[in-house]
Design a protein around this ligand. Structure first.
Ligand code: ADP
Length: 370
């Protein structure tokens, strides 16, 4: 496995903007892509991820901004001069070519000598585990094998980096998970930088070294999966990455590294320092449900159970807090066994509780708050 310094910058994106007429699809995107990292570009449909990938690849021109590769300006270079490998949605294998011929294609285009082509193709076919399938056509391969052909074809000419555009988007959940492990393995094995577009949060969190979150053409946050999940900088990022309970606060005050504020008749606390319009957020997995408030400095919010969704091993509860002007819908996940044993017969009020350290302070976004 290649040893790579994953902290060194390979590609710098400086203020990339893309406008279509009056519409701004990308708004001053800047980021450093690091040597050998697996970077996911994550966002809802229409947020600008594919436009950004296409600009990195050279298929589209930016309206403004620069891209530097190893310090050199590649902003106006055509795709073939950038030496990036591409894996497209659905893999785009040539149906009339065998596995060997598909993988050899980039070498043929580059007029590599026949003997060298044969040797490099054989080597990569062995590395990705396709030796038993080298003479088959794409239609004779499973989804996983097709993906390996697409990756081998994109890696065979030693690209500077690999750009992957939603490669799993058309697959069912089980196959997706299997292929995600496979892509991660190939990423580690080849040591190349992978930049990967996805709209699937769990895919980005489970596969990437870092995740760049796009919304409305803007880069909202860039960081390691754990960091963006546990320290979202905005309500959009917090909600986009998973279920979260958000409590707008009144009468906020800050004291010795703790913020205090009122939510209905509850006094809530979180570690940090206050801004005028902050709110406390907590992920469902950091909360508990009980029939009395948890004593000490815990946060406690009175709730009723509005609905239950069974997910096999766990249940997701839909909770209602009626102690604010507009009732707040909250959520909690717990083991299905615990639910069955302790809660299912009860219909009284409960208390949703969590430790102040488990809460996050995030700015108040009026438009998306329910
Ligand atoms: P994503 O990949 O996140 O789904 P895209 O990058 O495909 O988003 O698109 C971002 C926005 O730019 C969308 O609103 C889309 O309609 C718009 N867009 C993309 N390509 C064009 C184009 N050629 N002309 C006009 N608008 C475009």
């Amino acid at each position: 496995m290649p040893q790579i310094d994953k902290q060194s910058t390979q590609l710098s994106v400086l203020g990339i903007t893309k406008r279509y007429g009056d519409f701004t699809a990308l708004d001053r995107i800047s980021m450093e892509i690091r040597q050998g990292e697996f970077l996911a570009l994550l966002g809802p449909s229409g947020s600008g991820k594919s436009t950004f990938l296409n600009i990195l690849a050279g298929f589209e021109n930016a309206t403004d901004g620069k891209i530097l590769l190893g310090g050199g300006d590649v902003t106006s270079l055509p795709p073939e001069k950038r030496n990036f490998g591409m894996v497209f949605q659905g893999y785009a294998l040539f149906p009339h070519l065998t596995v060997t011929q598909n993988i050899a294609f980039p070498l043929r285009v580059r007029k590599v000598a026949a003997a060298e082509q044969a040797q490099r193709v054989k080597e990569i076919i062995d590395r990705v585990g396709l030796a038993a399938h080298s003479d088959k056509y794409p239609r004779q391969l499973s989804g996983g094998q097709q993906q390996r052909v697409a990756l081998a074809r994109a890696l065979i000419f030693s690209p500077t980096m690999l750009l992957l555009d939603e490669p799993f988007s058309a697959l069912d959940k089980n196959l997706r998970e299997q292929l995600q492990f496979e892509v991660s393995r190939i990423h580690r094995e080849f040591g190349k930088t992978f930049v990967f577009v996805t709209h699937d949060q769990s895919e980005a969190l489970s596969m990437a070294d870092r995740v760049a979150i796009f919304e409305g053409g803007k880069l909202q946050q860039l960081g390691a999966p754990k960091e963006i999940y546990s320290k979202p900088k905005s309500e959009f990022v917090a909600r986009f990455l998973g279920r979260i309970n958000i409590f707008p606060l009144k009468n906020i005050r800050s004291e010795a590294g703790t913020v205090h504020g009122a939510f209905g008749d509850s006094l809530l606390r979180a570690s940090g320092s206050a801004t005028d319009n902050c709110q406390i957020a907590v992920r469902p997995e950091h909360t508990t449900l009980s029939s009395a408030p948890v004593p000490g400095d815990h946060n406690n919010v009175r709730v009723t159970i509005r609905g239950v969704a069974y997910h096999g091993a766990t249940v997701a509860l839909d909770l209602l807090s009626a102690h604010t002007a507009s009732p707040q819908v909250l959520s909690l996940s717990m083991s299905a066994d615990v639910w069955q044993r302790d809660y299912h017969l009860k219909s009284q009020d409960f208390w949703l509780s969590w430790a102040p350290e488990a809460g996050l302070l995030i700015p108040y976004a009026r438009s998306t708050n329910s």
